[in-house]
Design a protein around this ligand. Structure first.
Ligand code: KIV
Ligand code: ZN
Length: 556
């Protein structure tokens, strides 16, 4: 910001609440959730959703588990009205779902709203008027507190008068002092009390007081103070549901909601992925999954976040940023080598610790729980650690490389990533691994291998191997205590042994339809170079022999 601009701004007043209790509270249960995707979210779209798109979004919200859905502003446009009517007339609202409609406190708009909801089993009628000092001064031309309170009361009275006109519909009443976040608390309370006086809620028939951070002006702790203050001072607390509706102007909408819940709120309004006016509404996905990550059931099901995101992006024409918590493309991807090593250790350990609690460094949740795959967790670039490459080869291709082989393969992959100045996909990592480390026959080619388990005596085996070395064919014969050792002896006799065999491992290749065995042979050349080669074959014996040939070739 330009330095001479700073004088335009002033600090935001704090709330006098020295005995605030919310900082010591812990969120232990989920609130009532209300999606406002089809209203606040939709009204903020450059191209609002069509009726068909709204229907698809409605079904999606239902499938996620929302029991309260604000479907729009039916008195504001024919499309919104038609949408509400279709939901009702085509019987699309499930028994346990309540639709919510927003309306200003004007009689003709409220009447039209009641026409729109007629025939619904249950509906929330949500009225609002703006109450902040700024709005009173600027938008309403220095309107007095009394004028503003009167708007709320008049609206509440009209709604009360119309409720009996549609007796087949159970009406739940909701009032929002819009711009609550910069309304003097005593005045916000006064407006809410005035509405309570008209609507006369009871513990059996509660009303909803929605306290919006229409604009997020300050830090989330102040929001929490405002909410705790309201919860403490409102009369008939047991007859009132306190609802949060945060926006995200300072980027702390989620934090404000979480602190607001600690401060005593019962209900949360928000949208999928935070779509909404300006910087957006609260991202309900984040708050709910944050709760899940602490072991709290929420009633919302985000187990297939990617398909949810697909419908969202298609119907709203918005996109979810790569770094968006939980849903972003890159949020389960570790680029740093040390992160990758730690993630691999955490995941390996979990495989062994059945039923254990989640504890993987850098990952707050198991990506599988929201339908995301480990596939994308580790991508390889020149900064990746050796564990990252081994992890990809293990998880994606089923090869569990010996630990001392990790640097050998890792170095090649990082050099390649560096050369290309880009990250490599799991597929590309596999391609390089298979081309450059598995069954390599650059100098020595194995054409035939016969083994005789009986003629050598003393439990030894004899082998006869037909090979080519730099296109010159030869036959190699040897005896040893196994297929590999007998071949090593044959190579020695043929003057081809300039190495010591220092390690050997094998396992069945995991995954796919493959019934191959993988063998790893480590050779130390007489000049001190140590390298691993990998052999793959349906027979474990042949895999070992191929691994030896491969390692021999890699040493050239
Ligand atoms: O942000 C807001 O204040 C609103 C109200 C209409 C609830 O969306
Ligand atoms: Zn809003």
């Amino acid at each position: 910001m330009k330095s001479d601009s700073i004088t335009k701004y002033r600090p935001f007043p704090v709330v006098a609440l020295p005995d605030r209790t919310w900082p010591d509270r812990v969120i232990a249960e989920a609130p009532i959730w209300c999606s406002v995707d089809l209203r606040d979210g939709n009204q903020a779209l450059p191209i609002p959703m069509s009726v068909e798109e709204k229907l698809e979004m409605f079904d999606l919200l239902v499938s996620v588990g929302f029991k309260e859905i604000e479907i729009g502003f039916p008195s504001a446009s024919d499309t919104e009205f038609a949408f509400m009517r279709r939901l009702i007339d085509e019987d699309r609202i499930p028994e346990d779902v309540t639709v919510q409609v927003l309306v200003q406190t004007r009689r003709h708009l409220i009447e039209r709203t009641f026409e729109a909801i007629k025939g619904a089993r249950r509906a929330v009628v949500h009225i609002y008027n703006s109450t902040s000092t700024l709005q009173r001064r600027v938008t309403f031309g220095d309107a007095s507190r009394e004028d503003i309170k009167a708007i709320a009361v008049t609206g509440a009275e009209v709604v009360k008068e119309l409720v009996p006109t549609i007796p087949e519909t159970e009406i739940v009443l909701q009032y929002s002092p819009e711009s609550f976040s910069d309304t003097e608390l005593d005045f916000a309370l006064e407006c809410c009390e005035a509405v309570i006086d008209v609507w006369e809620p009871t513990p059996e028939k509660k009303l909803i007081l929605n306290l919006p951070a229409t604009v997020e002006w300050t830090t989330p702790n102040i929001h929490a103070d405002q909410i705790e203050w309201m919860c403490r001072n409102i009369s008939k607390r047991d007859s009132v549901i306190i609802s949060l509706h945060t926006h995200n102007d300072r980027g702390t909408g989620v934090a404000a909601t979480e602190l607001g819940l600690m401060a005593g709120a019962d209900r949360v309004e928000g949208t999928l992925f935070g779509n909404g006016e300006r910087t957006g509404n609260l991202d309900i996905v984040i708050v709910a999954l944050n709760m899940n990550s602490h072991g709290i059931e929420t009633g919302l099901n985000f187990s297939n976040l990617s398909s949810l995101r697909e419908v969202y992006e298609r119907t709203t024409r918005m996109s979810v940023p790569d770094r968006q918590p939980y849903a972003g493309e890159l949020v389960f991807t570790a680029f740093s080598g040390s992160h990758q090593d730690a993630i691999k250790k955490g995941l390996d350990r979990r495989m062994k610790e059945e039923g254990g609690k989640w504890g993987v460094p850098y990952l707050t949740i198991d990506p599988h729980d929201i339908g995301r795959s480990y596939e994308a967790i580790v991508r390889i670039n020149s900064q990746s650690g050796k564990g990252g490459v081994a992890y990809i080869i293990d998880q994606e291709h089923g090869y569990d490389l010996p630990k001392t082989m990790h640097p050998q393969v890792g170095k090649r992959i990082y050099d390649l990533a560096d050369e290309r100045s880009e990250e490599l996909s799991a597929e590309e990592v596999g391609k390089v691994f298979f081309e450059e480390f598995v069954n390599v026959s650059s100098h020595m080619v194995l054409n035939d291998y016969e083994i005789d388990h009986h003629s050598a005596g003393r439990g030894d085996v004899a082998c006869k191997v037909i090979i080519e070395v730099d296109r010159v064919g030869m036959s190699v014969e040897g005896v040893g205590n196994g297929p590999i050792n007998s071949f090593v002896q044959g190579l020695e006799k043929s003057g081809l042994k300039d190495f010591t065999l220092t390690d050997y491992r094998s396992h069945a290749v995991r995954g796919g339809s493959s019934s191959d065995a993988a063998a790893y042979v480590q050779l130390r050349k007489d000049d001190g170079t140590i390298l691993w080669g990998v052999g793959v074959d349906p027979s474990i014996e042949m895999a070992g022999v191929k691994a030896l040939v491969c390692a021999w070739n890699l040493l050239r």
